[in-house]
Write a protein that binds this ligand. Sequence first.
Ligand code: FMN
Length: 478
Amino acid sequence: MYDLRDYLDRLREYDQLTELHGAHWDLEIGGVSDLVRRDGLETAVLFDDVVGYETGLRVLTNGFDTPLQASLALGYDPTTSLREAVSAHKEQGTLTKALEPRTVDAGPVTDTVIAGDDVNLLDFPVPKWHADDGGRYIGTADVVVTRNAETGALNAGTYRVQIHGPDEATVYISPGKDGRRNRDSYLDEDEPFPVVVSVGHAPDLFAAANERLPEDVDELEYAGGRRGEALEVVEGQMTGLPIPSAAELVLEGHVYPETEPVEEGPFGEWTGYYGSGTQSVRPMTVERIYHRPDPIIFGYNVSIAPSALSVIRSAARLWDELDQAGIPGIEAVNAFMPGPYFQVVAVDQQYAGHSTQVGMQAISLPAGAYHGRFTVVVDADVDVFDWQEVLWAITSRCDPEEDIQIVADTWSTPLDPRIPPERKQSGDLTNSRAIIDATRPYHWRESFPEDSRITDELAAALREKFGDALSGGDGGVQ
Ligand SMILES: Cc1cc2nc3c(=O)[nH]c(=O)nc-3n(C[C@H](O)[C@H](O)[C@H](O)COP(=O)(O)O)c2cc1C
């Protein structure tokens, strides 16, 4: 049975884990996790001895920052290469055979069960991640399990969870998500909405919960299928919902229709802004807390520097969807920012209009349609994993007047910091997209000037011959 502690062992084995003592829950955990990403320190951080809390109550952050961490988390061959990690996720990350979870009577998570008046969410070192967050968020890399009242179908998703009192927490689910439909299926009928929130678990469960999967797919079954081993779950005492038996810390309860809504947010979102502000959300009453000894809260802080996981998933999904759509010649896809904010597709052009087709598809397929901004199409000779090459292609092969197409009225979200307040208020949650065609124009590509880069063969030979001598100097050959 794979769990978060196995993952910590793997991170240690690959020298990807730092244990930090004495940080404060108030902005220090969030701040450190942001700095680690921005400064490219390439380490997950396990915070212990958080100020005001007992030793052993821990918080893990930066668990998916690098291709190595992401490949370890997702069970792929360990690699430091973003290209290899994207390819692995493209080949292995899609839907495999679903395996129904196996229910057991007890597991590590039932070691301690806290009920009724003893429930106090602030007994755990829950961070306030960003200065203007509306409170402390216990759920950032969580797995929220819900059921649809009408169909009985189970769902797991990642939704932020803010603490409002010892046994009160809000789960913020955006419109359109399966979790939101599940919530409405109970509350619209004036029925209590049962919820389980795991805030510490194996990393592949987190990744499965927020993977874009069809509505009828149960993410816990998908996670078992990808592992090739059914996930072990225990039944929640209050809701009957499945709880991963090896989870670290789990909250269980109901959102009661009669509970007054509270103000949720703001929260420092993945865009790098407090984009969606505050909203009125009916909180969940936490009726049980289950935890292992010395539980670990799994946190996912966002920074303006994207995590490898977000890049890998965005790129692999789009690449796979372009292939599935039958677009020929797709050689590679990368994403320089989370989600579809800045995607780059390399295409081996085969006919006039091919690069435009790729760009239009990229902004329309599910992996590129929501909250995108810039899509760049380059020729296959450009390395999409190298910023310098992509910028070189844009500046040398794209004529802004001819080669940038703007598409208006596209799908965005309340999180989008660039939608003016009055448009957001009117419900107009659209933005626009730029498709930057940085390929050699197809009809005169043969007469486009030859590029003067050294060949890969010459580069390899020179590295071999002079690498040691030059690596001592500034900007040495590596
Ligand atoms: C770190 C992280 C945090 C997220 N936070 C939220 C959130 O607060 N609310 C939300 O609706 N979606 C959030 N998402 C996106 C959903 O988890 C994702 O869209 C998921 O596929 C939704 O599942 P569903 O459609 O089955 O409900 C988050 C994703 C990640 C990776």
